[in-house]
Design a protein around this ligand. Structure first.
Ligand SMILES: [Zn+2]
Length: 441
């Protein structure tokens, strides 16, 4: 769709979108991220296409890392292209996209997080310049498509959109399968620690062999193998195809955030930013949508983290283990989380052995059974705030009387006296955040 003056109907829909979102914010009925978009789309079903026309657009999708990568990419291109329209709070379906675009000046670039299932239709209808494909793994077993089916739909959509450049994680065979249907993919070595959904070859249904290490490549006997990399992450360095290394001084923790950073840097270059500038700007982001923030909870401090599925949980358990802080793990099973919590059995909770652990959330008893079989002693406290408080008190008791108390000077006990680590799935995380206060720590 070509850019130009918006039709009257569209201008009315944009005005309605903004007005409803303004009212919604003032009524504290939400962040105004979806309601206005829904009204706008009801008034003009082509509103999203019209608002996106004439913008340089990147869509970001995958099972994990969407919200963070979207933010990093928007920051990375700001120097070269100016502020981008972005759906920063994770409202990743068309109503959220409409809201983001309606709030931004016409012509500003757009960086939009997109639900995996919606990506094919948005690639077809928006014709984005860049699509960032992060990873695919099991998620919300009761309501989302099987990942192999998602990969096939992505592949068909990208094959039919030759002008779109996929920036794809070559270390994920399902993502590589999807992007190899496109004309000019950019292949990124971002690593993949969760491989349980990627062992079957999407090309021949044979078995994929992975080399040792998270970034060692993979291949199937049929010839389908990891494509040659254009850019990769190596420790804290982004390594370009010509061998140049750029240090990412990333403020966000964890291997998975280094993966998100290299994906964002490669996408920023594909959109026209300079690599050095993009990498430098990415290093300045220290928090995304509250994740990894230290918050106050009933007089205690907690570092809050969100994990929605087995791959995400594994990454966060890698991040917090080994360590000494008490850990609170919270599970709900509402619609937004997926009603089926059987995925708990895919998460390596065994890594929490030896830690002070409190299970919380509406499904804390399912979690307690899982922790029991993982041989992780724990307490079960259903209320999240009470659970953080219980972990906090237990951490202080350990710091005062535990094995480290005698040999360590008083200040060294800070490892257990610092914030507790809270890892929750979606609504467990948002519920705690709604009851927390920012400490700015
Ligand atoms: Zn094969």
């Amino acid at each position: 769709m070509s850019a130009g003056p918006l039709p009257v109907r569209t201008r009315a829909a944009v005005a309605a979108t903004r007005a409803v979102n303004g009212l919604s914010r003032r009524a504290r009925a939400g962040h105004g991220t979806v309601a206005g978009g829904r009204v706008g789309l009801a008034l003009d079903p082509l509103l999203l296409e019209r608002l996106a026309a004439g913008r340089l657009t990147a869509l970001v999708s995958g099972t994990n890392g969407k919200t963070t990568t979207t933010r990093l990419l928007a920051v990375a291109i700001e120097g070269a292209l100016g502020p981008a329209a972005i759906n920063a709070t994770g409202s990743n379906m068309p109503a959220g996209h409409v809201t983001a675009l309606a709030a931004a000046p016409q012509g500003a670039p757009a960086v939009l997080e997109v639900d995996e299932g919606y990506l094919p239709r948005l690639v077809a209808s928006l014709g984005p310049e860049v699509v960032v494909l992060l990873n695919l793994s099991r998620d919300q077993l009761d309501r989302t498509s099987e990942v192999r089916m998602v990969a096939s739909k992505w592949r068909r959509a990208l094959s039919a959109s030759p002008a779109t450049v996929p920036v794809a994680n070559a270390d994920d065979p399902l993502v590589a399968w999807a992007a190899s249907g496109a004309a000019n993919p950019v292949w990124v070595g971002a690593g993949l620690s969760w491989r349980e959904d990627a062992v079957g070859c999407p090309s021949c249904e044979g078995r994929i062999s992975f080399a040792a290490g998270e970034d060692g490549g993979w291949a199937c006997a049929c010839g389908f193998s990891r494509p040659p990399l254009d850019v990769r992450i190596d420790g804290d360095d982004v390594v370009l195809a010509d061998g140049r290394r750029l240090r990412v001084a990333l403020a966000l923790p964890g291997r998975f955030n280094r993966a998100n950073a290299v994906m964002a840097a490669a996408a920023a270059v594909a959109m026209g930013a300079g690599c050095e500038d993009a990498v430098r700007r990415i290093g300045e982001v220290d928090e995304v949508a509250g994740r990894f923030a230290v918050v106050g909870v009933a007089g205690c401090a907690a570092r809050v983290m969100l994990a929605k599925n087995p791959a995400g949980w594994r990454e966060l358990l890698d991040l917090v283990c080994p360590g000494e802080r008490p850990v609170v793990v919270g599970i709900n099973a509402r619609v937004a989380d997926g009603r089926d919590p059987s995925w708990l059995w895919d998460v390596p909770f065994e890594r929490l052995r030896g830690r002070t652990v409190v299970a919380t959330g509406e499904r804390c008893r399912d979690l307690a059974v899982r922790l029991h079989y993982a041989e992780v002693p724990h307490r079960t406290v259903r209320d999240e705030v009470a659970a953080v408080r219980a972990a906090w008190m237990a951490g202080r008791a350990t710091a005062a009387t535990g094995p480290g108390a005698r040999r360590a000077p008083p200040h060294a006990a800070a490892t257990a006296e610092g914030p507790v680590d809270f890892i929750g799935n979606y609504t467990a995380f948002t519920d705690l955040m709604a009851r927390a206060t920012r400490t700015g720590a």
